[in-house]
Design a protein around this ligand. Sequence first.
Ligand SMILES: Cc1cc2nc3c(=O)[nH]c(=O)nc-3n(C[C@H](O)[C@H](O)[C@H](O)COP(=O)(O)O)c2cc1C
Ligand SMILES: CCCCC(=O)C(=O)O
Length: 377
Amino acid sequence: MALLTLADYESTAGSLAAWPPGVWDFLTGGAGTESTVTANREAFARWRLMPRVCVDVSVVETSTTVLGSDWDLPVAFAPTALHEVCTRDAEAATASAATALGVPMVVSALSSRTIEDIADAAPEATLWQQVYLFRDRKVTASLVQRASAAGAQAIVVTVDVPRPARRLRDIRNELRFPPHVQARNLAASTGRAPDVSSPSAHTAEAMDPSVTWEDVQWLTELSALPVLVKGIQVGQDAEHARRAGAAGVIVSNHGGRQLDRARPTLDALPEIRTAVPSGYPVLLDGGVRTGAEVMIALALGADAVLVGRPVLHGLAVAGKHGAAMVLGILRAELTDAMAQSGHPTLDSVDRSAIHPAPDPALLSADTVPPPAPRVLR
Ligand SMILES: Cc1cc2nc3c(=O)[nH]c(=O)nc-3n(C[C@H](O)[C@H](O)[C@H](O)COP(=O)(O)O)c2cc1C
Ligand SMILES: CCCCC(=O)C(=O)O
């Protein structure tokens, strides 16, 4: 079967026999009832595109500028841990795919390869380093310093993991990664290989539940690199991040993996967009799976989006080619949606480009009046 959509990649990846026990559930799952994983996706279904016609779309331009750098697509690779569980070349493969498509890759603090190795493997890649404010701040500082020396262009600090989440699939599966899966980037900053065989035990040990905006400010002053705060879900927190010196925010609920029943990121986006000055970078992740959905996120105020799980599906199906194919599908779909809706560039994609879908409750049998009975003669 031809793999034409991100959903095709997901189902093909899910049916691979090679997954170690529990790993597919780890990638796919979320916290608690997984209501937020589902809600992130469903939020996109509540919007429709409003096609304009008789606009010259003979040339469609998907490129954009974020934090002063040019991206071929308004899409980046979200930071996801341990790519070695998906493909042997791990983040070296992901970085080549990102380079091929002209989009940035956010390297996880828990990557299986060091930032130096990733930069060597893909010298042209635009790399951003994701970090946590670990209990041991020296580890955070070392990750930032090494990323800067390796040529990374920004730091992303993830602030939505105060403690391990209740990920029921992982608990039931008693998830343990195979021993070859290692967090080498972190190891290079801690001086010893951290035990990540149980993600939740590692999170409990390493993450700091006492983090406040003062710590974010400390991080923004640590290096010359711009810092984006990832995990913003409320307008006021976007403003806190900006005041703490952040160069931008990423609207994210960690793909529904931390707080079950958190609101979908797309629903939070308009509030966050209006809480910060226009021109201040606002990115979004969570449930983006088609090019039309990229347009919807942009129309609601995102400068760009990030994709998480689909990249892992691509890596698992066909290594770097698979990750590049996943992004290639998003590019083809976005280009098509822009052309079909009369937007030759992304500049014109604003709130007027979309319309709320009718509320299904209003269409139910209870609320739509039945037709008047016919009078029979
Ligand atoms: C397997 C997996 C590992 C992740 N690891 C990290 C991580 O190390 N750091 C981080 O900030 N976010 C991490 N995330 C969250 C992603 O960056 C992103 O917020 C989320 O996956 C976006 O949703 P999507 O998967 O629906 O696109 C991870 C997500 C997944 C699925
Ligand atoms: C040891 C890896 C845990 C990362 C993860 O699952 C997440 O951040 O969602």
